[in-house]
Design a protein around this ligand. Structure first.
Ligand code: MG
Length: 404
């Protein structure tokens, strides 16, 4: 067969569940050979669309679809300055589409290209939240009944149980609107929540928790030590990437397993954490580091150090991006856990063949590539929406703007 060349790159923005998703379609010189990749950075999606359409598309048209590594390296260097979330997502869209194409051309699922299956189903955790302990426990019960054995337990999104009227939540006059929280109150209420959950559910239930990088360094350490009593599967994002070296302090002082990394965008943020075994799980979002090509290298690097994976799987990810993660989960040995909340009917209508959940496991359909066909007419029925940015503006009680 003569070389198959990239003929066109299309960007589709669709919001079948009210979140703007960015999907890339790479078309080739063969009419029936094409592929899809995820480029979803929902909070800056127009910038990603521009980066693809204005910069990457003209550069990759005419290139041989077989040469994924060469195309990835060329895209990465093509802006000279690199390693940011916008450009990495743009690269990911094309990178993942090329893996999808390679699988379709080979007649193999992508996990076969990566070495074949190491497991039949991929264990998934669910996110149980609520406004109070009772509501959180109701959600845990519901997930248990659906067959899930790993639950991330949170209260009031990532803020714990705060009460603006209480003495610990006083705010200055003229304080701006925002999502206020008190770190100490968050810690106290979360410890109370976990004491109740461990009392009400058996030890067979694996518990996870996400600090979401919201604590000062000594508070993160104290909290990780107090959480030891609840035997977590992992404690997530105790610190921001900019404080990576403090994971050494956590590692030396607590037995709580540590997961880190949904905000990682470049190798320098995670290399030392893995090499020094300061963390137990890498939690990267594939499209934010540039797609499947860098993620499989990260997984292989982590395996050598006994670090497992826990790829970031939120709602702002296309089913194609989720499938890319699950194909990797299926192939690698050092898989840890996968975050995945399943898809609604509209998403399944647009993304035919998307991974499915059953009794706590995610399953692929074993068709070539990522196994997903996109109904582009259905995607057009769900145009981009106005997103609610308010959770991105949290403040401490004195009005200080902090990172979400
Ligand atoms: Mg998180």
């Amino acid at each position: 067969m003569s070389a198959v060349l990239i003929r066109d790159v299309k960007v589709i923005v669709t919001a079948p569940h009210g979140i703007n998703l960015v999907l890339v379609k790479v078309e080739t010189s063969e009419p029936n050979i094409y592929g899809y990749g995820c480029a979803t950075f929902t909070w800056r999606y127009k910038a990603v669309v521009t980066a693809i359409e204005e910069y990457l598309k003209p550069m990759v048209i005419g290139r041989n679809v077989s040469n994924i590594e060469d195309i990835w390296q060329t895209m990465k260097g093509s802006s000279y300055w690199r390693n940011g979330p916008v450009l990495n997502n743009a690269i990911s869209g094309i990178d993942e589409a090329l893996w999808d194409i390679k699988g379709r051309m080979a007649g193999m699922p992508v996990y076969d290209l990566l070495g074949g299956k190491t497991r039949e189903g991929v264990a998934v955790y669910r996110h149980a939240d609520g406004k109070c302990i009772e509501e959180v426990e109701e959600n845990i019960h519901r997930f248990r009944e659906e067959g899930f054995r790993y639950i991330r337990v949170q209260m009031n999104t990532y803020g714990g149980n705060f009460d603006k009227s209480s003495a610990s939540m006083w705010m200055p006059e003229g304080h701006p609107d925002g999502s206020y929280f008190n770190p100490r109150q968050y810690m106290r209420s979360t410890l109370e929540l976990f004491a109740r959950v461990r009392q009400d559910f058996s030890e067979e239930l694996e518990l996870l928790h996400d600090i979401h990088e919201r604590l000062a360094l000594p508070d993160a350490l104290a909290f990780a030590k107090e959480m030891e009593a609840f035997h977590l599967f992992f404690l997530e994002d105790a610190l921001p990437p900019s404080q990576g070296e403090y994971f050494r302090v956590l590692r030396e002082n607590t037995t709580t397993p540590l997961a880190m990394g949904e905000l990682f965008v470049n190798n320098n943020e995670w290399r030392a954490l893995v090499q020094n075994q300061w963390i137990d799980f890498v939690r990267t979002h594939l499209s934010f580091i540039g797609g499947l090509t860098p993620a499989r290298k990260m997984a292989a690097f982590a395996e050598i150090y006994g670090v497992r994976t826990a790829w970031h799987g939120p709602g702002d990810l296309t089913p194609v991006g989720m499938a890319a993660q699950i194909h990797l989960d299926t192939a690698i040995h050092n898989f840890g856990i996968q975050e995945f909340q399943g898809f609604n009917e509209a998403e399944m209508e647009v993304f035919r063949g998307a991974p499915e959940l059953k009794d706590g496991y995610a399953y692929l359909n074993d068709r070539p590539g990522f196994g997903i066909e996109v109904d582009e007419a259905a995607a057009a029925k769900y145009p981009p929406v106005e997103m609610d940015f308010s959770w991105l503006y949290p403040r401490l009680q004195d009005g200080t703007a902090v990172r979400p």
